[in-house]
Design a protein around this ligand. Sequence first.
Ligand code: ADP
Ligand code: MG
Length: 398
Amino acid sequence: MNKKTVKDIDVKGKKVLVRVDFNVPLSKENKGEIADDSRIKAAIPTIDYLLDQGSKVILMSHLGRPKGEANPEFSLKPVAEYLANIYADKFHFLPSDTVVDEEVKAGVEKLEDGELALLENTRYVAGETKNDPEFAKELASLADLYVNDAFGTSHRAHASNVGVASILPSAVGFLIEKEISLMGKALEAPEHPFVSILGGAKVSDKIGVIENLITKVDTILIGGGMAYTFLKAQGKEIGKSLLEEDKMDLSLSLIEKAKENGVEILLPVDVVVADEIKDGAETEIVDIDSIPADKEALDIGEKTAELFASKIKEAKTVVWNGPMGVFEIKEFANGTNQVAEALAQSDAVTIVGGGDSALAIENAGLKDKITHVSTGGGASLEFLEGKDLPGIAAIEDK
Ligand code: ADP
Ligand code: MG
């Protein structure tokens, strides 16, 4: 990784503006309650490092979609209360409907070395998502240095990342460093065999990922809803399974491209079928040549799960994106869970990207056994597509 990190810049006594991802889920019953604090926890190492170094830390984040205006429903107040519990009187919440104003500036001026402040939701201001230079200037005026540690929004060019980075000296925090060094290494210098497992609902969501990986991996295992477009294109009866007719040609050309690159593509050899997608649905495992015309394939079958697990077992690098079935429903979660288990048992470098795949790993309680589960859904997908993420590209090189 050639981006400056917090360790490459002198932060002592400096005011450091840090973009974090505090876009936490709030519980539906009790609006003020944080339902899952893992994103806050993920930001703590960078915050604590800066405080230990004697910086004055100014945190900023978005929360939900207030659509460019102040709205208490999307206030970062619950996060402020959480931080006040950890940092006590070292912490100061500086809320403003315009995020930055004279009072906020005065509050920042009063910070002592080793203290931290939190600004209000950056998306209270319409200029945030438009990367408006005026708003970026206002934010940048608060600090001497900028640190981006919000991986989950790095695929967007907003005022609080790209805008501020174009004004202040910049670096990435530990979370982004981990994301891009682990995923970057897996993609750029993988140990072979390199196996990728791809699934999820649609081929169209994953074209970029397949096209990028097809030149790097040894084997691609395809499951999930997208598998049926590939199977149909090869002449199989898929019943009522998910089909993107307009992607059948593309799936054939991807298979062709894989052949040219000496990449093995494996599709399901058996599947779990049902009449409908619902809890308690009656299911049956059938061979891939025997999908009934009136049924829908909603998970990979036992033989396929074993086949995929055996490929994962031989691998030295594994990248997984997209569940093998409708894992939200118990009856169709087996394939996804078995793949998750195979990753957990593997000694390979294992990387999981994508919001739903990360959730599946989390649900299975296997997160600790995976080398890296990416914290950014959309951002990790774009990373796997080989795209430059603007919020990271904007940071100074070493
Ligand atoms: P990720 O967020 O990990 O990138 P996706 O969003 O692409 O994954 O895909 C997840 C969705 O794919 C899940 O909601 C799951 O129910 C759906 N899915 C997986 N397999 C099937 C299938 N056979 N039929 C219909 N939907 C499926
Ligand atoms: Mg998803």
